[in-house]
Design a protein around this ligand. Structure first.
Ligand SMILES: Nc1nc2c(c(=O)[nH]1)N[C@H]1C(S)=C(S)[C@@H](COP(=O)(O)O)O[C@H]1N2
Ligand SMILES: [Mo]
Length: 316
């Protein structure tokens, strides 16, 4: 009899979702039966999420999960891209509630797992572009922000949505001591129509797994036509308001970072070009390997109309 070799499982970038979910179940079961401790707080082995496939999916090679979970900006855990994966092990993303208040009819404080039950996650593969000129393609699991906004019923006078990250210096080493960098809490804002755009996602998972700490557990914003810094992580509060909110990077340096932060290859950052990007996981820092950055990160058909008549150089 010919000897049978099971096919090698190659990197997740070419693995369809159904396979990586099964592989995850296998790995979890294998770890359990081998008596291996599944490291507490290490969300790399979190429960699989049951998410349905969505139409909001770009057909591009996925960034390997290893890169998605080890190359992060999350200053609450330090300034280096490797810090969040290394230093977020003590962060406790559950139990967790999100307070939604301000100019709404029905303010409330919502348990994250109750929200996930009410709004079952969809899988959406989004192209992501950081202001630092690198990019990834990430399969997020989440629900539209508009679903939560509908629940609280914004008043007609509400024009903006403000967001806040948790402040927890005992679990977030970047919020105190030597690593302390920005003013906390990290804050963000969107115009209400941007917040209600169907692309705007509250992500609770990625690659079919509960969101890892370093990616913004347990719930973070994903706005794929804007630079990555708009994707505020570990959200504890969402406030409807009639005043344009500041965001953390604008507070830190308003010459370099604005409110809109729409991906725009025609408007350079004061210190570097935004015309091209380096796709993380593909290697190659050199120009031949760079991708062209697209207006609104390739989502112009869905969102350009939001900015009709606006000067996008002045409103950067
Ligand atoms: N609370 C918080 N949210 C944050 C940041 C941060 O430092 N703190 N960094 C932002 C930046 S600059 C980027 S590029 C994205 C990165 O998200 P990812 O690590 O999931 O790819 O998170 C954004 N959200
Ligand atoms: Mo970023």
């Amino acid at each position: 009899m010919p000897s049978y070799r099971p096919p090698k499982i190659t990197s997740s970038e070419i693995t369809p979702r159904s396979i990586y979910l099964r592989r995850r179940e296998f790995m979890t079961a294998a770890a359990a039966s081998a008596g291996l401790a599944i490291a507490g707080g290490k969300s790399a082995l979190a429960d699989p999420l049951t998410a349905t496939k969505s139409n909001y999916t770009v057909d591009e090679k996925l960034t390997p999960i290893k890169d998605v979970t080890t190359y992060n900006n999350f200053y609450e855990f330090g300034l280096d891209k490797g810090d969040p994966a290394k230093l977020s092990g003590n962060f406790k993303p559950r139990p967790w509630t999100v307070k939604v208040d301000g100019m709404v009819n029905k303010p409330g404080t919502f348990d994250i797992d109750a929200l996930i039950k009410e709004f079952p996650p969809e899988e959406r593969v989004y192209r992501m572009r950081c202001v630092e000129a690198w990019s990834m393609v990430i399969p997020w699991d989440g629900f539209p922000l508009s679903a939560l906004l509908d629940k609280v019923e914004p008043l007609g006078s509400a024009k903006f949505v403000a967001f806040e990250t948790v402040v927890r210096p005992s679990e977030m080493p970047g919020q105190s001591g030597l690593l302390q960098s920005l003013d906390w809490p990290y804050v963000e804002g969107l115009r209400l129509d941007e917040a209600r755009n169907p692309l705007t996602l509250l992500a609770v998972g990625l690659y079919g797994e509960t969101l890892p700490n370093q990616n913004g557990a347990p719930i973070r914003l994903v706005v794929p036509w804007k630079y990555g810094f708009k994707g505020i992580k570990s959200i504890v509060r969402i406030t409807l308001t009639d005043k344009q909110p500041m965001n953390t990077w604008q507070v830190a340096n308003s010459q370099e970072y604005g409110f809109y932060a729409n991906v725009n290859p025609a408007v350079d950052h004061p210190r570097w070009s935004q015309a091209t990007e380096r796709r993380i996981g593909e290697g190659g820092f050199f120009s031949a390997n760079r991708h062209l950055t697209l207006p609104f990160n390739g989502y112009a058909d869905q969102v350009a109309s939001l900015y009709a008549g606006m000067d996008l150089r002045a409103n950067f």
